[in-house]
Design a protein around this ligand. Structure first.
Ligand code: HEC
Length: 127
């Protein structure tokens, strides 16, 4: 598992930047096109309609916090954006998608969105 994470981390930085850039671009376009909807209360357009209850359940069931806690201690929440590396909602969703692929979690796109929406609401709080 630690080799996986080491490998994950090695490709993570450049890949995350790339994913973030692409996602940030499309997010900006989406924002401009649709205005700022607040359908789910996250206040972020790309998370409109996200199933927050589903996201909460998937985060619980996928041991996200347990693994993060092994790395940063406490409840694991300090893993979220310690250095502001993730700076847009699109980058956040891209990161969840990337880990989904890398860790073989097998989430559907709407599940990735739901998870990212919960992290937005509880931790990242982009405006
Ligand atoms: C096997 C261990 C492991 C599991 C399981 C895991 N993660 Fe992670 N995650 C990590 C590690 C390690 C990092 C830090 C990577 C780094 O700093 O480069 C990380 C980083 C992240 C980040 C980026 C934090 C930031 O702001 O820089 C997000 C978002 C994230 N994980 C979401 C999740 C979600 C959601 C799940 C569950 C669906 C999950 N992770 C499951 C190990 C794990």
């Amino acid at each position: 598992m630690s080799t996986l994470i080491a490998r994950c981390r090695a490709v993570l930085a450049p890949a995350a930047v790339l994913v973030g850039l692409i996602a940030a671009l499309s997010a900006t376009t989406a924002l401009r096109a649709q205005g700022t909807g607040t359908g789910t209360g996250t206040g972020i357009t790309i998370f409109d309609g996200a199933d927050l209850a589903l996201g909460e359940r998937l985060i619980r069931e996928s041991q996200c916090d347990a693994c993060h806690a092994r790395r940063v201690g406490g409840d694991g929440n300090d893993i979220y954006n310690p250095k502001g590396r993730i700076s847009t909602p699109g980058a956040l969703r891209g990161m969840v998608e990337y880990c989904n692929t890398e860790l073989n979690l097998g989430f559907f796109p709407e599940e990735v969105t739901a998870i990212a929406a919960v992290l937005q609401r509880d931790h990242y709080r982009f405006r």
